[in-house]
Ligand binder design. Structure first.
Ligand SMILES: CC(C)(COP(=O)(O)OP(=O)(O)OC[C@H]1O[C@@H](n2cnc3c(N)ncnc32)[C@H](O)[C@@H]1OP(=O)(O)O)[C@@H](O)C(=O)NCCC(=O)NCCS
Length: 162
């Protein structure tokens, strides 16, 4: 997970190493799980996650960009951009709970949007969150997404290329 969105390197690229599995495992733990609807990540699962991210990032076209968010040179979160129908991308993100509230997610999503509409060649982005996760909605609205409304148990958002 060599890419840095909130660190020194501004340009996203494919994740590059499996050595961040312990930090990925830490990110997918604790309070975040409630909003992701999942269980604690195991070490095996974290290693598979990193390997899969690497594979997806190297595919042509890229299946899903999974990019690291760094604070103080440590991986503290990931922001994701999945290719959907032609021209469309779906945005997701998760941060380690002890760094919530510092603007990292918003900064990372803003950079991801720029990347999606330029280098990744997308025209339209979507995102969604559970109704009891207003912080996620705030990140999307601050980043320019438009709230579409509730559907299928989630609140949906979209953003068109300017
Ligand atoms: C959602 C998440 C990514 C936000 O990360 P973050 O780095 O704390 O986000 P930011 O600091 O950039 O912005 C958070 C905003 O939400 C606001 N917020 C936090 N808790 C809130 C609440 N309970 N109600 C309303 N707004 C809230 C903050 O005040 C801030 O807005 P502001 O800048 O206008 O004050 C993080 O909480 C997380 O990883 N959660 C678990 C995983 C998750 O929910 N992923 C998204 C799944 S759809």
């Amino acid at each position: 997970m060599g890419s840095r969105l909130a660190g020194a390197t501004r340009e996203p690229g494919p994740p590059s190493s499996a050595c961040d599995a312990p930090r990925i495992q830490r990110i997918y733990s604790g309070a975040s799980l409630r909003y992701l609807g999942r269980e604690e990540m195991t070490r095996d699962e974290a290693e598979r996650y990193v390997a899969q991210a690497h594979e997806w990032g190297l595919a042509d076209p890229v299946v899903q960009y999974i990019l690291g968010i760094e604070a103080g040179r440590h991986l503290v979160g990931v922001v994701k951009l999945r290719r959907c129908p032609p021209g469309e991308g779906h945005v997701g993100y998760v941060l380690r709970e002890d760094i919530w509230g510092n603007g990292y997610a918003t900064e990372a999503v803003r950079r991801l949007i720029t990347f999606a509409f330029s280098a990744a060649g997308m025209d339209r982005l979507t995102a969604k969150h559970l109704p009891d996760n207003p912080a996620s909605g705030r990140v999307l609205v601050k980043s320019g997404f438009e709230r579409v409304g509730p559907q299928g148990g989630h609140i949906h958002y979209r953003l068109l290329r300017p």
